[in-house]
Design a protein around this ligand. Structure first.
Ligand code: SF4
Ligand code: SF4
Ligand code: FES
Length: 260
């Protein structure tokens, strides 16, 4: 069953839920889906272009479904089919518009004349940082993401974001140490990477967003008392013997362990 997190705006959440549930019911392998569409959905066709090749596909299906429909066996760049995992980043154009648009292939519906290609995976810079070694999160931001200080305000990242996140403002908030503001803005980020290649300052905006969310949670959010108590107990070794006992058990013995 698809679970669409509550962090998504109601309209996109409903859309994602609707498409996701439909896809989940239908998806039992690309071949079966393709055969289903081939036999049942041929009343109204639209002309589209996938990676430069022309096809006619049933109206009302998603770009992912269109690729399945024409027999493309997509094994990479597909995950949740519900607009949540960010795997299906896609570039597309529509007739009458000069704009090169970005979106998620599992969320976009085919339209007459649309031309699209799924984006290939590309190397993304992922700085490694250890929060236990960080004392000043703002200074550490510039250590690990020095390019974050050079945003040129072009807004291309915001334009590219299928989640309609104000990415540019998020970067500025992070750069000024407003990690609460930045993490709130980046909350619906699905890490699709569409904001990364468009940045003229070479900022991996989504990674800055992720850093901000982590910083906010670790350094600034108030922790529940029960959580702090449990962490203290763990650090003082209260559960060490139990943990040792579990780790020494075989698989069959573990299967008999009941939870409290
Ligand atoms: S912020 Fe970037 S990675 Fe996150 S959803 Fe928007 S475009 Fe995708
Ligand atoms: S694309 Fe890069 S330079 Fe442009 S506003 Fe976004 S973060 Fe700043
Ligand atoms: S497949 Fe997960 S967002 Fe499209």
């Amino acid at each position: 069953m698809f679970v669409i997190p509550a962090i998504f705006k109601p309209e996109s959440r409903n859309k994602a839920l609707d498409i996701g549930l439909r896809r989940y019911d239908e998806y039992k392998g690309w071949g079966e889906v393709r055969d289903t569409f081939m036999t049942t959905a041929t009343e109204h066709l639209v002309n589209i272009e996938i990676m430069g090749k022309k096809y006619a596909v049933p109206a009302g299906i998603t770009l992912v479904q269109a690729m399945w429909h024409v027999g493309l066996e997509i094994t990479r760049g597909i995950g949740c089919l519900g607009g949540v995992c960010g795997a299906c980043s896609t570039l597309y154009r529509t007739p009458g518009s000069y704009e090169l648009k970005t979106g998620l292939a599992c969320q976009l519906i085919v339209e007459e004349g649309i031309s699209f290609s799924m984006m290939q995976s590309f190397p993304v810079r992922k700085p490694v940082y250890k929060f236990e070694e960080i004392t000043d999160p703002k200074q550490a931001l510039f250590k690990h993401f020095p390019e974050a200080a050079f945003c040129r305000n072009c807004n291309a990242c915001t334009e590219a974001c299928p989640q309609e996140i104000d990415v540019r403002t998020g970067i500025w908030k992070a750069a000024f140490g407003d990690f609460k503001g930045a993490s709130d803005l980046f909350l619906p980020c699905v890490m699709c990477n569409l904001c990364v290649p468009v940045c003229i300052a070479e900022i991996s905006s989504n990674q800055v967003g992720l850093y901000s969310r982590r910083v906010q949670g670790i350094f600034f959010e108030q922790k529940p008392d029960a959580l702090l108590t449990r962490i203290d107990e763990i650090e003082k070794g209260k559960f060490d013997s139990e943990w040792k006992r579990l780790r020494s058990m075989s698989r069959s013995e573990l299967a008999t362990v009941s939870l409290p």
